[in-house]
Every structure is written in structure tokens, then in C-alpha cells.
Design a protein around this ligand. Structure first.
Ligand code: ADP
Ligand code: MG
Length: 387
């Protein structure tokens, strides 16, 4: 357990807080302010107790050669001050204001390279460091790693959002109540191989869906037509399947598929059990697979889900993902703990209107996947342990 911002005294101190304000902005307008709202608990915790804040964030992908208007955090400062009813100064100058939002840290090349000189500049007047940017936790950037490394001896704590992510993705998973079921899907098997490897022997069941299933099916000797396959990963998939057989984890592949000739709405569909004919590709798990997976999910006490079961963006290829999502929601209602990771999976949950029905929806796609791979983060290791 890491020490949280709530555990320490902040009055009259300046807290350097790394947040994730990487929000979509079009023509200077924020189109989705959820990331700003999610940082409010940590921000309010500091200002309500008389602390001063210097906020750090990145936004988009500027070149790293200085200020670029389209990546400026000024619209974020404006929105944040509306949300907290207090002035937020967006500036890199030496200003003395209770709440400062520094400009996009990625305007400086030193951010991404983890540069110590840039970190010194950021840390110069800070008494306390707080990391509340889970989405960037797996990146060893200056504001994430070099800054807390420099601030050794001063309090370095987790923000409330980061603490919640760690609670679910670390503590809940390592003390999971059983049966513990992992549902893995999505586009690429290469993205999820590390997670499968780590989860073998830890979870009771792995349910595979999405495009990544087809690389496994090829490895298992099944014809998959023109479904998406990563040929250079077939050998690895074979090894993974035999490792699964020797482990205590039962791994399931889809047995039937919703197939099309091309991925467009309104195209003719056939449901295929077993081998997929030439020219056809699987775009969703079939009803038999849905029935099997939802049955196993019904029994689960802990569920992690990363990656949709099909091309959920296009109807009717959303059915498998929807059924699985609904079953996870209903298991959660019956006291299972459910953790959703991955940007597209979180988007699917939102489209299905199930946001409030999962125990935890992770805000970090890459970071949550790295947690499932069993790897820690330098940015988190550097924070103080709770006493
Ligand atoms: P997440 O962001 O949740 O980790 P991924 O990015 O790995 O998920 O994968 C999501 C994408 O995978 C979606 O855009 C979805 O359309 C695609 N996908 C899922 N199943 C298939 C399939 N059978 N064929 C092609 N694409 C698929
Ligand atoms: Mg994705």
C-alpha cells in the first residue's frame, strides 16, 4: 500500500501533482471533461486543507520544441477553475497563485526523455510530490519518475485516483476470491501475450475472444478463413496453449463464430461452428461460445476483462461483447468483483450503459495491461509506502 495524499498534512505546503488532463480538444473546446473531473477528489483534498497546488499534465503529442497553441492546457485551466470555483493560473512563469497549472509538460523534450534538468525545473519549489496520473504510470517520463526521484526525502504520495487503480489492479487481483476468471479479447494477440503468460497459474479460467482468438485457433490447428491472424505469433501461441494445459488455469477458445466476407454494416452473415471457410472472417464469438463464457462468468467471484469479444463498433457484431459485458455486470450485482481495462473495452461498457455496474473501470489502457502482465511501475515504486 502506498501513502495517499489524504494521509499527509498539506496546509501551507506546495504540492506538485502530476495528473492526466489529456482530454480531447476541438477548436479550443473540451469535448469530454471526464479526466478533469476524475482528478477533482485529489485536487479538492489539497485545496480544502489549505495546500497550494502546482498541477502537471501532458496533452496530445506536441513536437517537444516549445509552445504550440493547439496543445496548450489553457482550455483545461479554464474548465478546471469553473469546476472548483477558484482561479487556476495556466503559466510556466514564476507566479505565486494558490493553484497553478503548468503548460503541457511535453512542450519540453526533456519530459519524454526523463531528463533530470527538466525535472529540477519542475520540482524547484515543491514540498510534496503527488502522482495521480495512472494512465501514464507505465511511462518513465520526467514528471513521473525523475521528479519524484529528485524529491527523495520529501513526501511522495499517491493521488486518490492512482490509489484506487492500484487497489483494484494490484491488491484485489493478488488476493482474488475464486473462481477468478480473466476475459481477454481485442485486436492483437501480441498485445495480450504477456498478460496471458502472467495469468496462467494465477486465474482459474481464461476466456479468449476477439481477433486474437484466431491466432490461437491457428495454433490449435483450426481453419480460420481470412480472419485476422498474426502469423509471426502462431508458434508463441502454440507454446502458450501447451503451457496452459500444464497449468492449473483452464483456457477456452471460441467454438463458433459470427462470420462475414468484409467488415461493413449490412453485409451477409453466417454463424460457423468449427472451421471457418475460405474468404470468411470471424468478427464476433457465436452463441454457443457466448453461452459457455457467460455460464463460467456466472460462477466467478473475481473477473478481469480486457479486450472486446468482437467488432463491437458495428451492429450486429456487438452481440458477443454485449452479452459478456452484461453477464459481468450481473455477476458484479451478485457480489463478484469486476475490473475492466483497455480503452475499447471501457468504451464498449459505456455504449452498453453498464458504466456504474462494474466494480472498477480502469482509466489506463496500457498501464492496466502492464499490471495484468505482473509488472510494476518505477513511477509507483518511488512513492512512499503507507506506514
Ligand atoms: P482494448 O482497447 O479494450 O484493450 P483492443 O484495442 O485490444 O481492446 O481491441 C479493440 C479492437 O479490436 C476493436 O476496435 C474491435 O473492433 C477489434 N476486434 C475485436 N474482435 C475483432 C475481430 N474478430 N476481428 C477484427 N477486429 C476485432
Ligand atoms: Mg484499444
Amino acid at each position: 500500500m502506498k501513502q495517499s495524499i489524504e494521509d499527509i498534512q498539506v496546509d501551507n505546503k506546495r504540492i506538485l501533482m502530476r495528473v492526466d488532463f489529456n482530454v480531447p480538444i476541438h477548436d479550443g473546446e473540451i469535448t469530454d471533461d471526464r479526466r478533469i473531473k476524475m482528478a477533482l477528489p485529489s485536487i479538492k483534498s489539497v485545496i480544502n486543507r489549505g495546500g497550494n497546488l502546482t498541477l502537471l499534465s501532458h496533452l496530445g503529442r506536441p513536437s517537444g520544441n516549445g509552445y504550440e497553441e493547439q496543445f496548450s492546457l489553457k482550455p483545461v485551466a479554464k474548465r478546471l477553475s469553473e469546476l472548483i470555483g477558484q482561479e487556476v493560473v495556466c503559466s510556466d512563469e514564476d507566479v505565486t497563485s494558490p493553484i497553478i497549472l503548468r503548460e503541457n509538460v511535453r512542450f519540453n523534450k526533456g519530459e519524454k526523455s526523463g531528463d533530470e534538468t527538466f525535472a529540477k525545473l519542475l520540482a524547484s519549489d515543491a514540498d510534496i510530490y503527488c502522482n495521480d496520473a495512472f494512465g501514464t504510470a507505465h511511462r518513465n517520463h520526467a514528471s513521473m519518475v525523475a521528479v519524484p526521484a529528485l524529491m527523495e526525502g520529501k513526501p511522495r504520495v499517491a493521488g486518490l485516483l492512482l490509489a484506487k487503480e492500484l487497489q483494484y489492479l494490484d491488491q484485489t487481483i493478488s488476493n482474488a476470491e475464486r473462481p477468478f476468471v480473466a476475459v481477454l479479447g481485442g485486436a492483437k494477440v501480441s498485445d495480450k501475450m504477456g498478460a496471458i503468460d502472467n495469468l496462467l497459474g494465477k486465474v482459474d479460467t481464461i476466456l479468449i475472444g476477439g481477433a486474437m482468438a484466431y491466432t490461437f485457433l491457428v495454433a490449435a490447428g483450426t481453419e480460420v478463413g481470412s480472419s485476422l491472424v498474426e502469423r509471426d505469433r502462431v508458434e508463441e501461441a502454440k507454446e502458450m496453449l501447451s503451457a496452459a494445459q500444464k497449468s492449473t488455469t483452464e483456457l477456452f477458445l471460441p467454438t463458433d463464430h459470427v462470420c462475414v466476407k468484409q467488415i461493413v454494416q449490412g453485409t451477409p452473415v453466417q454463424v460457423v461452428t468449427g472451421a471457418i471457410p475460405n474468404g470468411w472472417m470471424g468478427v464476433d464469438i457465436g452463441l454457443e461460445t457466448v453461452a459457455k463464457y457467460t455460464h463460467l462468468l456466472k460462477l466467478a467471484k473475481t473477473i478481469v476483462w480486457n479486450g472486446p469479444m468482437g467488432v463491437f463498433e458495428i451492429e450486429p457484431f456487438d452481440v458477443g461483447t454485449r452479452q459478456v459485458a452484461e453477464q459481468i455486470a450481473s455477476a458484479t450485482e451478485n457480489n463478484a468483483v469486476s475490473i475492466v481495462g483497455g480503452g475499447d473495452s471501457a468504451a464498449a461498457v459505456s455504449i452498453f450503459g453498464l458504466d456504474g455496474k462494474m466494480s472498477h473501470i480502469s482509466t489506463g489502457g496500457g498501464a492496466s495491461l502492464q499490471m495484468l502482465e505482473g509488472k510494476g511501475f518505477l513511477s509507483v515504486i518511488l512513492l512512499d509506502d503507507a506506514v
